[in-house]
Every structure is written in structure tokens, then in C-alpha cells.
Design a protein around this ligand. Structure first.
Ligand SMILES: Cc1cc2nc3c(=O)[nH]c(=O)nc-3n(C[C@H](O)[C@H](O)[C@H](O)COP(=O)(O)OP(=O)(O)OC[C@H]3O[C@@H](n4cnc5c(N)ncnc54)[C@H](O)[C@@H]3O)c2cc1C
Length: 435
């Protein structure tokens, strides 16, 4: 066990932990980072889209050596029924810019690289070390951690909890509750390997251009969830996730959903002939603003997924994790520079700074969305996708039926399925939750 005392201990070496450890080490703080995985990233799962802006704030020249896959020039949104999809595609050559805005990455490689920057900045990074408990003094103040390496305690002025969505450490110490099944999604993901040229041909890409597809509809069998397909250089990341409460309610399995998703005619042709080399499953915090726990206390702060900072509507998580880690580091560093104690009163600065950032502003904007989606999942994830698909088929199929008659059929199908009151109610509730 390490005898020395640290300015800060960071638990976890994912996006949030690496951001916090890096930002504090760069400010000259003595930082110990503990990660239970064999290496940073070995246990981490993501789609994965990397948002450049948030990484640039930590490592401005990251493009020089970060393991990036493709820069995104196209985003596709699909609303699917069992045999078709209605798509909204946005593709722009403007994204072929000098400093692209979004990339696909492979987390195992990316986190390893990120961790090397944390070490270079001077932090002590110990992998294969699980933090088993927070060490607290007689007044309940967090003063350090205990690990599976030995009996002793490692002490620090402040502990940054960046332990990811499960957050067992924080819940065990009574700092927050375990995420409830209706606030957390279970996602499964596979990596499908194909020759580079095949990927570029199938997705209509040139060079390192990339595309991501986000999909909703009957693929989630009426449960609150989404599928995704992201093009990397020589593989395609493909996955689907739904709320744990919905899996419990329906008895559907994540593997069953993934299998159906892959066999969908729109998806099957993209991955045809591929070799699956990786399979993973992970939770995603999806409770939004209302699920955010207490973010700071006596001698501790919590960042990233452990703090439920995830924007499920925009499928953003790693950027909120990096930003909360960086902001926590800035707040801690400010308290330290005043030579003030790491008390709850002083660490409240972290929350004030986070409230002022896009992280909380965005989550606040969508605060009613998670409940709306969950309580209306049958309509939003099953009925409407089916209706929209049939309406589109009716619209484009040329069969001699007069157009006015076609419009009447489509309108009737919507009214029969939801009634006028239901349709207006859904539109109103959606608009109100979106504002
Ligand atoms: C399938 C899927 C797809 C996603 N796609 C995207 C996407 O495309 N873009 C995006 O921005 N976000 C995406 N996300 C969300 C994103 O992955 C998370 O928001 C982000 O990883 C959170 O970072 P974090 O550091 O808080 O947690 P994590 O990355 O989970 O890191 C937590 C770390 O803590 C370690 N740890 C946990 N407990 C302990 C302990 N007791 N002791 C020591 N170490 C410990 C873990 O091993 C892990 O390394 C996706 C998530 C999933 C599951």
C-alpha cells in the first residue's frame, strides 16, 4: 500500500476520471488514479462517438497522436418498422474541415492513449487496483480510499469518484442511491470487421470520412431504446439498448433485440459477410436531470456516468464525462489555491460551475423527456414508427389510387390508432418536454 499522501485520488480511468486526473496533474497537483481494469479502457464500452470540442479543452493538439477512427461527415436518423426505415440524413462536406468536430473511436485504444497523457502530466496511475471502500473520518468526511491491494488506506485531500454508471463505491458509502431500473439502459454492442473498401463502398465514404446511424422504432419492441451503427476504419460498431425496467417488464432479452436488429433488411446488408470479433454489454444512465445525485460532499465530488451525467436524447455521454471531470478539477484547484479545506461548502463550487455549463443546461432542458418516453414507449417506439412507415409506403407507391384518397387512408390510420385527442396530446406533451 502506498504510504504517501496525495492532493487528490481519482477512482476510475474512463473519460471522466482521465479528464479529472489530467486537469489536476497539469495544475501541478499530486494525483493518484486507481483503475480496476488491466489498463485504462479495458473495461469500457461506448458506441463510440468522440466529441472533439470537449477533448480539445483538455488536450488541444490531440489530433496529432490520438487513435481516431473516422471523422463524421454524415448523420443518419432512422425510424424503423420490421421491414423498412424512414430516414433523415444530414451529410455535409463542411465537416471535412481542418479540425473535425466528431470522430468515431474504439474506447480500448482511445482510453489507453488518454491514460498515457495523464501519466505524462505527472499523475500516478495504478491499474488492476479496485477501490473497495472510501475511508471516512469520525465526522464522515472522505479522507481517502481502501483498495484490494492491501489493508491500509491511501489518503488525499479530496476523492474524485469517476467510477462509471454502477457507482458501487459511492452507493456503498451512502453518498447516493443505486440507479433505478427505469433510469438506466442496458446496451449490447458488437464489432463487425470488414475490409476498409467494403465499408467505404457500403456507406458511401471517401478516405477517413465517417457516418453514424441512430435508429428507433419497432427494433426495440415498444421499449424505450435505440439502436446504433457507427462506421470505423475497418469495422462497424453496432448495438442496441433499452431501459432495464422495460426488459424486466417485457421479458425481452438484449441478445434477442440485437439479433433482430442485425437481421433487419436495412442493417443486414451493411454488415453482410463481416466477422464479429468483440461483444460487450454495458449500462447507460438515462434518468436525465432528475436522476442527478448529490454531486459533492465533505472531501469528495462525483463526475461522469457515476453522477448520471448522460444526455440520452442526443446520445452524448463521453463529452459530459470529460467536461464534468475537467470542471471538477478546476473547482478543486481553485479551492486548493485559496488554501481552503476540501469541505462540502467549498466543493459546492464544482456544482455551481457545472450548472453554468452545457452539461446541466442541456440535461435541464430535457428534464421531462425520460419520463415521457418511458411512460409512452408503446406509442413512441412501436405505434408511431409503424404508422409513419405505412404512410411513407402509401405516399411513394404508385398504384392508381388518387392522392386525396391516399391522404384520407393515412390520416384515418393515425386517428384509428391514437384518436384525435391522443394525437394532439402526444404532440403537446412532446413539444412541452422538448422546449
Ligand atoms: C453501448 C454504449 C454506447 C455509447 N455511445 C456513446 C457515444 O457514441 N458517445 C458518447 O459520448 N457516449 C456514449 N456512451 C456513453 C459513454 O460511454 C459514457 O458516458 C462514458 O464512458 C462515461 O465515462 P465515465 O468515465 O464516467 O465512465 P466509464 O467510462 O464507465 O469509466 C469508469 C471507470 O471506472 C473504473 N472503475 C469502476 N469502479 C472502480 C473501482 N471501484 N475501482 C477502480 N476503478 C473502478 C472502470 O473500470 C472504468 O474504467 C455510450 C455508452 C454505451 C454503454
Amino acid at each position: 500500500m502506498i504510504e504517501e499522501r496525495f492532493d487528490a485520488i481519482v477512482v476510475g480511468a474512463g473519460m471522466a476520471g482521465n479528464a479529472a486526473a489530467l486537469a489536476m496533474a497539469k495544475r501541478g497537483m499530486k494525483v493518484l488514479q486507481l483503475e480496476r481494469g488491466e489498463y485504462s479502457g479495458s473495461k469500457n464500452v461506448q458506441g463510440a462517438i468522440l466529441y472533439a470540442d470537449m477533448l480539445e479543452k483538455l488536450i488541444p493538439d490531440f489530433r496529432e497522436d490520438a487513435p481516431l477512427e473516422r471523422h463524421l461527415v454524415e448523420q443518419r436518423f432512422w425510424m424503423m418498422d420490421d421491414r423498412s426505415h424512414v430516414g433523415l440524413h444530414y451529410c455535409s462536406d463542411e465537416f471535412n474541415e481542418q479540425r473535425p468536430n466528431r470522430y468515431t473511436i474504439i474506447r480500448a485504444q482511445f482510453d489507453k492513449w488518454f491514460s498515457s497523457k495523464v501519466r505524462e502530466a505527472g499523475a500516478t496511475v495504478l491499474c488492476e487496483t479496485t477501490v473497495t471502500e472510501l475511508a471516512q473520518d469520525a465526522n464522515g468526511k472522505v479522507v481517502g480510499v481502501r483498495t484490494d491491494r492491501g489493508d491500509g488506506e491511501v489518503h488525499a485531500d479530496v476523492v474524485v469518484l469517476a467510477e462509471g454508471v454502477n457507482g458501487l463505491l459511492g452507493t456503498r458509502a451512502g453518498l447516493r442511491e443505486r440507479p433505478k431500473p427505469d433510469k438506466v439502459a442496458l446496451a449490447v454492442k458488437e464489432m463487425h470487421f470488414l475490409p476498409r473498401e467494403t465499408i467505404e463502398e457500403r456507406f458511401n465514404l471517401e478516405g477517413d470520412e465517417g457516418v453514424v446511424i441512430e435508429a428507433v422504432g419497432t427494433i426495440s419492441r415498444g421499449m424505450t431504446g435505440m439502436g446504433f451503427i457507427y462506421a470505423n476504419k475497418e469495422c462497424i460498431s453496432l448495438g442496441i439498448g433499452c431501459l432495464v425496467a422495460d426488459f424486466q417488464r417485457t421479458g425481452e432479452t438484449p441478445y434477442g433485440l440485437l439479433d433482430r436488429f442485425k437481421r433487419h433488411p436495412s442493417v443486414g446488408r451493411l454488415i453482410k459477410g463481416s466477422e464479429v470479433k468483440e461483444y460487450s454489454a454495458h449500462l447507460i444512465p438515462e434518468g436525465g436531470y432528475k436522476a442527478i445525485p448529490q454531486l459533492y460532499g465533505e472531501g469528495w465530488v462525483v463526475v461522469g456516468d457515476a453522477a448520471q451525467l448522460n444526455n440520452a436524447i442526443h446520445r452524448e455521454g463521453s463529452n459530459l464525462a470529460m467536461t464534468s471531470g475537467r470542471i471538477a478539477a478546476e473547482a478543486i484547484s481553485q479551492v486548493r489555491s485559496r488554501r481552503a479545506p476540501m469541505s462540502a461548502e467549498n466543493l459546492a463550487l464544482y456544482k455551481r460551475m457545472l450548472d453554468d455549463s452545457f452539461v446541466i443546461k442541456d440535461l435541464k432542458k430535457y428534464k421531462d423527456m425520460p419520463t415521457l418516453m418511458h411512460t409512452n414507449s408503446q406509442n413512441f417506439f412501436l405505434t408511431y414508427p409503424q404508422l409513419v412507415s405505412r404512410a411513407m409506403q402509401n405516399f411513394v407507391r404508385v398504384d392508381g389510387t388518387p392522392k386525396t384518397e391516399k391522404e384520407k387512408v393515412t390520416l384515418k390510420s393515425f386517428v384509428n390508432a391514437r384518436s384525435w385527442i391522443g394525437l394532439f396530446g402526444d404532440a403537446f406533451r412532446l413539444a412541452r418536454a422538448w422546449r
